[in-house]
Design a protein around this ligand. Sequence first.
Ligand code: S3P
Length: 169
Amino acid sequence: MIIFLIGFMGSGKTTLGKRLARKLGYEFVDMDYYIENKEGMKVSEIFEAKGESYFRELERSFLESLETDRELVIGTGGGAPCHGHNMDIMNTKGVTVYLKMSPVSLASRLGKARNIRPLIAGLEEWQLRDFIEDKLREREIFYNKARCIIKGENVKPHHVISLVFGEEN
Ligand code: S3P
């Protein structure tokens, strides 16, 4: 089975994904990291050199290429569910789990890690909160198509496991 963790930048997809994969004995794949390795460039460099639409195409082709008989936890990029038919692809290939977080929590996490994320790199602290609120409003239309939705603030792997498999592990 493939478990896709989706959600806004800073919602903890990578941290939770690694722990979840370890607990399940699945492999963890960070989508951004996979793309960076394949392209030999950081996400921010891809945005700068080739543009966002090129990056979105890489995300789509990664999702298209996934074989469904794998045991994977995938930490998706925050924008991946919101482009093309990516939500449909993920819902067909596996189980999507949306780590839902408030703009306040996201702003406090993202404040510290702005520079590696091209969409927010140039923002001042006071602009970040507005950006998150606006972007989240747009993106939740897609995120809410997830099979499972869970509050991201204090989520633990066993919470996801019981949601996805319907039992406490
Ligand atoms: C993006 C989120 C990033 C990365 C890229 C674009 C977005 O991933 O894919 O910077 O559009 O929200 P994280 O959600 O892992 O930060």
